[in-house]
Each structure stands twice: as C-alpha cells, then as structure tokens.
Design a protein around this ligand. Sequence first.
Ligand code: NAD
Length: 477
Amino acid sequence: MITYDRLFIGGRWTAPSAPDLIEVRSPHDGSLVGRAAQAGPADVDRAVAAARAAFDEGPWPRMAPEERIRAVARFDELHLARAAEIAALITAENGSPHWFTSMLQPAVSVQTQGYLRAAGELAWEERRPAAGGGETVVRREPVGVVAAVIPWNAPHQSALAKLVPALLAGCTVVLKPSPETALDGLLLGELFAEAGFPDGVVSILPGGREAGAHLVAHPGVDKVAFTGSTTAGRAIAGAAAETFKRVTLELGGKSAAIVLEDADLDQVVAGLKYASFGNNSEACVAQTRILAPRSRYEEVVAAVAALAEGLAVGDPADPATFLGPMVRADQAERVRSYVELGVREGARLVTGGPGIPQGLEGGHYVRPTVFADVDNAMRIAREEIFGPVLVVIPFDDEDEAVRIANDSPYGLGGGVWTADREHGLEIARRVRTGTFNVNGASPDMAAPFGGFKASGVGREFGAAGLAHYTELKTIAV
Ligand code: NAD
C-alpha cells in the first residue's frame, strides 16, 4: 500500500487544499493499491502561480540549453533505474499486463533520448544575412507555462512525451495525471526532486476532469499538451482558444490493418497479437479494423478468431498473462455494450461476446471479441471502443482497402501486411494517418508521432515534438 498524501507543487511536497485522498484500486480484484492526494482548483492556482514565477523570473528559461539537457539526462537515469518498480506499480493501478509495462518503461528512456538528441542538435539561435541586406537573428524561445494533461493507459510514456521536451525548451510545467494512475504520477515528483530542478519548474497534480478543465482554462498557462479522448480534446481546444494558448492534442483512433492477398497469415496473426490486443487494446494506436481480401476472407476471420481465443486472459501481474482487465468497471461495461451493439447492428459474432470470462468475475474483465461481416458504416467500425473488440471487413481490391482505411473520422495509426515490402510502402503513402507500419515494423520513438483528422493536432517525439514547446522570434539587427 502506497500513500502520497501531498501534492508536488513547484518542486515541493505540499498539503492539498482538500483532505480527501483518491483511492486507487486494482482492476483485477478491487484491492487497495494506494491512496493519493487529489488537486482542486486552489491547488491548480498555486501550481500555475509557481510555474509562472519560475518562468517569468527564475533561472530555468534563461539557462544555456546544455545545462537543461544535463538536468533532463540526470532525471532520465533516475527514471530508468526504477523502471521495473514503476512498471509493477502501473500494472497494479490500471491493469496493463506486466509484459507491456515492463517493455514500455525502459522504452520511455529511448523516447527521452530522442528528445535529448534533438535538443543537442537544435539551432537555438541563428544569425543569418537578411534577405534585403543587414542581419537577422532567429531564436527559439520557450513557449512558457505548459499544462500537460494525460490519460491512464500508458501514463509515464504520455507524461514524459510532454515534460521532457517542455523542460528541454525552458518551459515550466504543471502535469495533471488521471486519478486511476495518481500514484505513479506522484512518484515522478520524487524523481524530479532528486534530479534537482529549480523551484517552480515542475508540479504534479493528480485529479479529475474538473481539475483538468480549471488548468487548461487558466490564464497563467501558455500552452496545453493533451493526450486523451477526442471528446475531451475538442473541449480543451475550445477552452484554449479563449486566450490563444498553443495546443497539441494526441487523441483517439480506429486504425486499420490491411491484409493483402500475398500476406503470410502466420506473420499477420503474430503481429496483430500486439498491434490489436497490446495493452488490453486500451491503446490509441490499436489496429481494431482488420481489412481482409474477399478471396481470403474466411481464412483471415478464422485466424483472427483463433488468435483472440488463444490469448491468456487474467491477472495482469502474472508474466504469463497477455490480456488483463479493463481499467474501470464502467470501461468494461462500455466495451460489453459495444459487443451487444455489434450483434444488434447485424455483424456476425465469431468469438467472444458480452459476458465475463469464467473465473474472472471479481475484476473488470471482458472477453476478447471478433466480429465478421462488418460494414465500415456500422458504429462498431467507426467508434473507438478502447477494448479488445476487432471487426473484420472485406475488400475486393487494394483501392477499396485504402478507401475503407481512410473512411474514418480518425487518422492515427495502421498497418499493411504483404510479401512485398516496397508495395507495402506504396499502400502506406496512400493512407491518411500520422503513423503507419509495414509488416508490423516497430515504431521509432524519435520520429514524429501524432494524428491526422480527429486523432489530433501536432506531433510528439524527437525534433518535431520539441518544436511545439518553442516560439520563434526574429530580431533584425
Ligand atoms: P479522457 O479524455 O477522458 O481523459 C484524459 C485526461 O483528460 C484525464 O486526465 C482527464 O481527467 C482529463 N480531462 C477530461 N476531460 C477534460 C476537460 N474537459 N478538460 C481538461 N481535462 C480533461 O480519456 P481517457 O478515457 O482517460 O483515455 C482514453 C483516451 O485517450 C482514448 O480516446 C485514447 O485513444 C486516448 N489516447 C490517445 C493517445 C495518443 O497519443 N493519441 C494515447 C493514449 C490515449
């Protein structure tokens, strides 16, 4: 049992304005994982005031970029050293399976290294001859006070995708983790304290939607960096518009896996296990629409159904488990309601269903489910379910496959499976999503990540991500 009874405000452990602690309970069996302080509007005001003062008057934005790079690199070392412990905590809080958190936590350091390299290579100030004669100085200055709001599904990955570039650029940051993952959120405070950042530079305030809404609308904030649902992203973009805050949004998805006629089905199934069901399918990039050629349709449906049936569902802390519980009871209920909706919409339920897997009634478990004979116009093919429910949609030729892949309000991820890698690349160029892979190739955590259309605005990772935390200034001399 872990207790954090104070908030991390401006680098200091501070009593919250309200005494009620968040109870974080295991989605596996309801046991108490820990209690955490929860931020209210008064705490948000204090953290923004500290961040504002540290930005307007403090040393951090005025330090040489090399000094900030050293501080962030020190933080990264401390973070990596505790990767296994943090992975276990996140698994206990949100039900992400052990294999996933223990793979992702060290990978967060790869993500951080990408930002560190980009900061080392960035031209923070350039002098150039002016077009009409004379000289111009072009500077990259920090954007200011950043509000970072994140969901619970991969909390350190999404927190550090924002904190790291913000800090490297010289910004000050108020992070609001979700209540489900409040404990690992506050643990980050220990690491920032140990790494030794100046007063006011980092605040961590777990809390609900109300605290988030107060933070993103705060006049003391210059930029909002958000990961979460498209619905919340829309509200946040609206609130930010009032004071022209800069906004980056990493939102939902309904990504397609295109299986071409020449694909090796064993390879497809081995890849979709991770691409479609990884992290309990509570992943923004989950490939939940499987597009299959009509000539091999039943073969693909049978292979995907066998994959779903073979997944080890159970205690997320057990290394043998592949699929853990949904994060909350209402999330499990929502997933089941989509399964019922699919049946009502006339799709063919091939495996799974709305029930609870046998023996797992004590947790927020759902049955991995596959639907066939799905039309891309059905709601189960259009809406993000955020759980292990796949739809298999037939296509007649590649043009139709690309058209179906693109016929979505979202545009986040996707993949193509083919024996011809170069042809896969041609397909990739035609799909309107921010990321895509050929034959399940691993993502590069230093390359731009983000969405087209309703999947978001802006990019994270590497140089493209860092750029969003800077303002360009031009000085004629
Ligand atoms: P959510 O939008 O309900 O909540 C995300 C965070 O925003 C939480 O901290 C929440 O408290 C806060 N929040 C909610 N409404 C807010 C508002 N109006 N103003 C300010 N803050 C607000 O999402 P969730 O259910 O926690 O997470 C799942 C969603 O996140 C999915 O849609 C998923 O696709 C998306 N996601 C996207 C990415 C990506 O990189 N594109 C990554 C992970 C998750």
